[in-house]
Design a protein around this ligand. Sequence first.
Ligand SMILES: [Zn+2]
Length: 271
Amino acid sequence: MTKNHLDKYLFIEFKYGLVDPHPIIKSGANKLMVAASSKDPDFEFLNTVEKAGLSVGLCTNAYQGECLADPASLEELKSRVEHLVKQNPNEIWLDYLRFKSRCIVKGEEPIDTHKPCKFCKNIKREDIVTDYYGQVRKLIPNSIKFGLFAVAFIDEDYPVYKLKTGLNYSRIKEHVDIISPMLYHRMMDKPINYIGKYVAYLREIGYKEIIPIIQVKDMPDELPDNYTEDEIKQAYEEAVRPPSSGVAFFSWDHAVEEGKTEIIKKLFENQ
Ligand SMILES: [Zn+2]
């Protein structure tokens, strides 16, 4: 890895159906996070981007049920991961492997999580979540990297959040290769420098490969997009600062939607 090597990811949602792979190939990205949760990604698309030399990571939500501690959730998680392993991607990324909770959103209660039920009362949630990460790790061969999308909270700021989501990043790190904290700073109502602060925090905990994923437009969708090119540039520069390993944009589909693909290309080309 050279000094200037950065992993430049685009998240592909297939939000509006089929996605044209050619502008992606020309964007300067070297890696993709491809949504593979509700259905398999378009085969032609994958074939084209892989031939062009892009690394493909498949992304899935961990489960759909109500409670992570329900044995059915573990079965669903395992079968989803096994299905992705069969497709032999470069990376497998898991989202929502935690007790049900929203990502941190401006103006919303940050700890609005799953309420205790018959499956999870009297258990320590972080024990379940950590154990599940370990079980998933065993299903994934070493040739495939295992990553997680992380809710970007700092324990000291939200001590109760670890308790309710079951996310103890210090324990989970033993089971994953790579972590992508969801640093949608405008959605979280955080300053731009929270991105770098959070990457440094994960490094301090012991994560080696950290890919902050940043927003392309204002989210959720119902908000008008007031996120300017200048601020995207600042967020990007903040995201790629060491000890970060690179950056991911969420998402390419949003960039197409808002006419911002050239902004991404310019940033990728310059650094
Ligand atoms: Zn429960």
